[in-house]
Ligand binder design. Structure first.
Ligand code: UAG
Ligand code: ATP
Ligand code: API
Ligand code: MG
Length: 490
């Protein structure tokens, strides 16, 4: 591909120009990490949170880079250097050019909690309606051909556009993916031709990355302010304090706003929840859309799953699927792996694995399980290292307030001392037990279960590893539960 095709004027904007000789260069690849540059690559130097890609320009050239893009040209480079104002956005737009195929219908969902669930539900709805569908997010890439576990919720721009191009070429026509606030803030998904955007909710998360909640929300609203094109659908949960701001942002962009939830626009394009009744491990819902009423049975536990299901339904309807068929498909939804997933029971007490690792999610998960605990509701959880430390005492307090039994254990300590993370939680979790070893904590909780209890194991959900220091040790809550139940039988 010619460099001028990769870095067209629409990519460069008016702030950069390329001489004809440079524009004619043949580029065979694109890289943002010098350690993976191959001969013929374009290297994009990005100033990041840990280091500056500009420090590795010589290494990239030594590895065969034939041109470099960045926001500050070094004194002299052996290959052409193109100076741009926003290397991250240039990288994403160039990646979209390099990997050009995209499904015709793409929905992106953002919000503090519910993104993985919404992406999974939207994929399932489209699949049931007969479309070749895929999702990309925290649980990786799920497509008709394969499931590939990834490391980021929103992959880096090169990985993201490569995956999107690959599934489009395999015939996928509908893609739902998660737009994390990091991903939006770092322009990872710029260049993806998004047909619709979804917004679930906003609460405390990633305060180690965003300097303020306002910065956090502004990152998420980029989806509606800059990425969904005018005329596209904006499906916004209308039941939160920040809903109005999200709706305003969408309206200002000329998007088709579809407000969903108890305050949803049931008379118009939105979906209004008028009644929800828990029935066993399911919920009977009454919904309203364009003035029509629908009664369905949602086979999921937790009021928060209603919000996720309605945002998913809105995304499917907002991208052209028939409303009655979409609403009917909600009766077949399966929860995303590790999201309030019932994984066993002991003495009639149900055991759930959940991914809640932030305050609002932990509260919602415990409140969702309270109706199933006639006797004691027990929770086993911890908190990730190298992540927002401020949430730890908040989660300790939430656990003590919403559960009858609390065991504080390790999650992914990463480079932090596990005992220090646990201590920060224990400081506010009155009456909590401390068992650092996660398997032992799960086993101890299961051994205590009696008729009328319910157990929530929270924080790791689908994860199949425990990050300790720089190592990822094999660990899954699902396997730890199975081992504990098996040892009871023996
Ligand atoms: C804090 C953060 O988000 N960092 C992301 C960011 O890295 P960065 O730009 O800060 O990179 P850096 O380490 O400072 O290096 C700067 C540049 O030098 C380059 N470099 C570096 C070393 C070298 O030898 N040669 C070289 O060229 C790097 O490739 C990079 O381009 O851009 C990278 C490329 O897109 C991401 O891989 C990386 O995610 C890191 C691994 C990460 O852990 N991110 C997490 C926090 C994250 O993004 N989580 C969200 C939210 C999860 C959720 O709640 O849903 C997610 O979307 O997963
Ligand atoms: N709509 C919601 N409102 C509040 N809490 C929710 C909601 N949906 C899910 N949760 C809680 O958050 C946890 C994570 O859900 P999910 O993985 O769908 O969200 P996410 O936004 O993808 O999270 P992450 O940003 O960590 O990837 C769930 O296990 C549940 O405890
Ligand atoms: N159990 C994980 C969940 C967070 C993972 C992801 N949301 C991120 O922030 O990287 C942890 O707390 O370490
Ligand atoms: Mg997710």
């Amino acid at each position: 591909m010619k460099l001028c095709d990769l870095l067209g004027q629409d990519v460069l904007g008016n702030d950069a120009a390329i001489e004809p000789a440079v524009a004619a260069l043949d580029v065979s690849g694109i890289a943002l990490d010098s350690r993976v540059v191959r001969p013929g690559d374009l290297f994009v130097a990005i100033a990041g949170s840990k280091t500056d890609g500009a420090r590795f320009i010589d290494a990239a050239i030594a590895a065969g880079a034939i041109a470099v893009v960045g926001d500050h040209a070094p004194a002299a480079t052996k290959v052409p250097f193109v100076t741009v104002a926003n290397p991250r956005r240039t990288l994403a737009l160039a990646a979209a050019r390099f990997f050009p195929a995209q499904p015709a219908t793409i929905a992106a969902v953002t919000g503090t909690s519910g993104k993985t669930s919404v992406a999974a539900f939207t994929r399932q709805i489209w699949e049931r309606l007969g479309y070749a569908s895929a999702s990309i997010g925290t649980i990786g890439l799920v497509s008709p051909k394969r499931t590939v576990y990834g490391s980021l919720t929103t992959p880096d721009p090169i990985a993201l556009h490569r995956q999107i191009d690959e599934i489009a070429r395999e015939g996928v026509t509908h893609l739902a993916f998660e737009a994390s606030s990091h991903g939006l803030d770092q322009y990872r998904l710029d260049g993806v031709r998004v047909s619709a955007g979804g917004f679930t909710n906003l609460s405390r998360d990633h305060m180690d990355y965003h300097p303020s909640v306002a910065h956090y929300l502004a990152a998420k609203l980029r989806l509606f302010r800059e990425l969904v094109p005018p005329g596209g659908a904006a499906v916004i949960s209308a039941d939160h304090d920040c809903s109005a701001e999200a709706i305003e942002a969408a309206k200002a962009r000329g998007l088709r706003v579809m407000a969903v939830g108890r305050n949803g626009d049931g008379a118009g394009e939105g979906i209004r929840l008028t009644e929800a009744v828990v029935e066993g491990f399911a919920q009977k819902l009454t919904l309203e859309h364009r003035g029509k009423r629908f009664a369905i049975r949602l086979p999921l536990v937790g009021e928060f799953q209603i919000e996720n299901a309605l945002v998913s339904a809105g995304l499917a309807i907002g991208t052209g699927s028939d409303a009655a068929n979409v609403v009917a498909s909600l009766e077949h939804l399966e929860g995303a792996k590790g999201r309030l997933e019932r994984v066993g029971e002991r003495n009639g007490a149900p055991i759930f694995v959940d991914y809640a690792h932030k305050p609002d999610a932990l509260a919602k998960a415990l409140q969702a399980l309270r109706p199933y605990a006639k006797r004691r509701l027990v929770v086993v959880f911890g908190a990730g290292g190298d992540r927002d430390a401020g949430k730890r005492p908040i989660m300790g307090e939430i656990a003590a307030e919403n559960a009858d039994g609390v065991i504080v254990t390790d999650d992914n300590p990463r480079s932090e001392k596990p005992e220090a993370i646990r201590a920060a939680i224990l400081a506010t979790a009155k009456g909590a037990r401390e068992i650092g070893d996660r398997s032992a904590a799960i086993r101890a909780a299961i051994e205590q279960l009696e008729e009328g209890d319910a157990l929530l194991i929270a924080g790791k959900g689908h994860e199949t590893g425990q990050i300790v220091g720089g190592e990822v040790l094999p660990f899954s809550d699902h396997e730890a539960v199975a081992a504990a139940l098996a040892s009871r039988v023996a």
